[in-house]
Design a binder for this molecule. Structure first.
Ligand SMILES: [Fe+2]
Ligand SMILES: [Fe+2]
Length: 186
C-alpha cells in the first residue's frame, strides 16, 4: 500500500476537520420547512450515517498502514457529523429522529462480517446512493436550510468516494495479475 498516498489523505481529512471547526455554523434558528416525504427520507439517511465504526477501525488497523487507519477514523467522524447535521435539521423542521430500522441492522451485520475489501465495496454502494440523494436534497427540497445542510454533506461525500477507491486500487495492486480483471469487473 502506498503510505505516502494515505498520509496525504489523512492531511486532507484533517484540513477539512479544521476548516469545519473554523467555519460559520449553520443558521439553525431560521427553521426548516420539511415535506412529509423529505422528513421521512432524512430520518432514514440519518440512521445510515450514524453507524458504529469499531469494526472498520480494527480492519483498517490490521491493514498495517497507520496513515490509512488515521484517515479512516477521520472519515468516520465526518459520517457521524452528517448524522448530527441531519438530526439538527429534523429538529429545525419540528420533527424527531427515528430510533432504528431493520435495513440498517442488516447492512451493519453485512459490513461486520466482511473483510476490509468487502466492507469498502459495501460502503461504496452506500456512498454512491448518498451522492445522488444529497444532490437531490440540495437542488430539489426548495428549503434554504435543507439545501445548506445537503451542500455541506455532499462536499464530504464527494471526497469519500475517491478515498475508498484509493484503498480498493491498493487491493487490486496486491492481487495476482490473473485475479485483477475479475475483481475490477465485480
Ligand atoms: Fe455521510
Ligand atoms: Fe460518506
Amino acid at each position: 500500500m502506498a503510505a505516502a498516498e494515505f498520509a496525504a489523505w489523512e492531511r486532507h481529512f484533517e484540513a477539512e476537520r479544521d476548516h469545519r471547526a473554523a467555519g460559520p455554523d449553520i443558521g439553525w434558528e431560521s427553521g426548516a420547512r420539511l415535506s412529509p416525504a423529505v422528513r421521512a427520507s432524512i430520518r432514514r439517511f440519518r440512521l445510515g450515517e450514524d453507524g458504529d465504526g469499531a469494526d472498520l477501525f480494527a480492519k483498517a488497523d490490521a491493514a498495517g498502514d497507520p496513515y490509512y487507519a488515521a484517515a479512516v477514523r477521520l472519515f468516520e467522524d465526518e459520517e457521524h457529523n452528517h448524522a448530527r447535521l441531519l438530526a439538527r435539521l429534523l429538529e429545525a423542521g419540528g420533527a424527531t429522529a427515528s430510533a432504528g430500522h431493520w435495513s440498517d441492522t442488516v447492512f451493519a451485520r453485512m459490513r461486520r462480517s466482511a473483510g476490509l475489501r468487502g466492507e469498502l465495496l459495501l460502503l461504496m454502494v452506500a456512498e454512491v446512493v448518498a451522492l445522488r440523494y444529497y444532490r437531490a436534497l440540495r437542488d430539489g427540497s426548495g428549503d434554504p436550510l435543507t439545501a445548506e445542510v445537503a451542500r455541506r454533506i455532499l462536499a464530504d461525500e464527494e471526497r469519500h468516494v475517491p478515498f475508498h477507491c484509493a484503498r480498493l486500487r491498493a487491493f487490486v495492486a496486491e492481487l495476482p495479475c490473473a485475479a485483477r480483471r475479475p475483481f475490477l469487473a465485480g
